[in-house]
Design a protein around this ligand. Structure first.
Ligand code: FES
Length: 104
């Protein structure tokens, strides 16, 4: 369990309970915060793009090459951009904060 803090596209801060073992994309998608997860987590659509708070970015496993390649296809990314389908939730992530990027 634990909570993920989301800054949505209107700048509103909200906290959502997260489930251990779920992909972060699945958690965000199910709370309908604006993450689609079109490819179901296959690292093939980038519709799960989020920007991780700097304080948390280094605590995550680094992105694999296929995630970096997919992020490179987006018109706007930040240094801490990630595909949320590639992040598996664990208790250690309790309090993680992310921002939803503008819709493209
Ligand atoms: S859900 Fe498609 S890349 Fe993450």
């Amino acid at each position: 369990m634990g909570f993920v803090n989301v800054v949505d596209r209107e700048g509103e801060h909200r906290a959502f309970e997260a489930v251990e073992g779920w992909r972060l994309m699945e958690i965000l998608r199910d709370y309908r915060v604006g993450i689609e997860g079109v490819c179901g987590g296959a690292c093939d659509c980038a519709s799960c793009h989020v920007v991780i708070d700097e304080a948390w970015a280094s605590k995550l496993f680094p992105p694999r090459d296929d995630e970096l390649d997919k992020l490179d296809e987006l018109p706007l990314i930040e240094p801490t951009s990630r595909l949320s389908c590639q992040i598996i939730w664990s208790d250690a992530l309790d309090g993680l904060t992310l921002t939803l990027p503008p819709e493209i």
